[in-house]
Design a protein around this ligand. Structure first.
Ligand SMILES: [Zn+2]
Length: 272
């Protein structure tokens, strides 16, 4: 979506003071289990972003983000076996990306870019759908030309190899590495999740339209090489039409949206 644009093993990311919203109702088994491949890759990406000083631990921006995170997580969590965790990251382009293991990263720039709550909710719904679909693991397999069962073996070769996989994944997630079909599938699941969590799923359509209208100089990474928006909008509209019982009650009119205004020049503390 817009995205397309991340341990040493500790049980649970113990970040005191981090303002992310812990998942509601996460499957208990996951807490006891040995970290699996998805968590390990996810943790490597987290370490990489942490090393670059991008991860925001505290900011008033979380207060704007957290209500949406809470509502989306309640619907999405039962579909994935690791707890979703959302982090703000400091990056210049409006973007969001999900990694294996349940972490979802939202750039601070995206909070300043979106015009309404529905656009932001749509983005989060879309990203958790990539996680639910295991899309980034598939991307790693494809890019690294390895089988999924071999990813574990690659990780066993040591942190260096796992780190390399993570860096390759970050690059891919930022360069819109997913196919149009994978994106549309995440759009559909995302719109279902948004509808179930009470956010107008048209928000995703409105976001695409916002990107198309935006000055591309201001959205460098996100959409400058993103010719598929009209296709994705058409596909979403078809999905809405075909499922009137789910989507019929939502207004396609963007003026019905709830405006979203992030606190200006919000201070940010970073994980070091
Ligand atoms: Zn996507």
């Amino acid at each position: 979506m817009p995205s397309t644009a991340f341990r040493r093993w500790i049980t649970g990311v113990m970040l005191s003071g981090v303002a992310f919203v812990a998942a509601a109702g996460a499957p208990r088994a996951a807490a006891d289990a040995r970290p699996d491949d998805e968590q390990q890759i996810g943790q490597q990406v987290f370490e990489e972003l942490k090393a670059k000083g991008e991860i925001v631990t505290a900011s008033p921006l979380y207060e704007s983000l957290n209500p949406i995170v809470g509502a989306v997580t309640r619907i999405a969590q039962p579909r994935y076996n690791h707890p979703f965790k959302f982090y703000l990251v400091h990056e210049s382009g409006p973007n969001a990306f999900a990694t294996p293991g349940g972490n979802v990263y939202v750039t601070d720039s995206l909070l300043y870019f979106v015009k309404n709550t529905e656009q932001l909710a749509g983005t989060l719904c879309h990203e958790v759908s990539h996680t639910i679909h295991h899309d980034s693991m598939t991307l790693i397999e494809k890019e690294q030309k390895i089988e999924r069962r071999e990813i574990g073996a690659a990780i066993l070769l040591g942190p260096t190899r796992a780190h390399m996989l993570a860096i390759a994944l970050i690059g891919k997630l930022r360069s819109l590495g997913y196919s149009r079909d994978v994106e549309s599938a995440a759009d559909f699941t995302g719109s279902d999740i948004c509808a179930a969590s009470g956010y107008n799923p048209w928000g995703l359509v409105w976001l695409f339209q916002e990107f198309d209208a935006a000055d591309m100089a201001q959205v460098p990474q996100l959409l400058s090489d993103h010719p598929d928006n009209p296709h994705r909008v058409d596909a979403l509209k078809r999905h809405f039409r075909e499922n009137p019982s789910v989507f019929g009650s939502f207004s396609p009119d963007p003026t019905s949206a709830k405006s979203f205004v992030a606190p200006k020049n919000a201070p940010e503390a970073f994980l070091r």
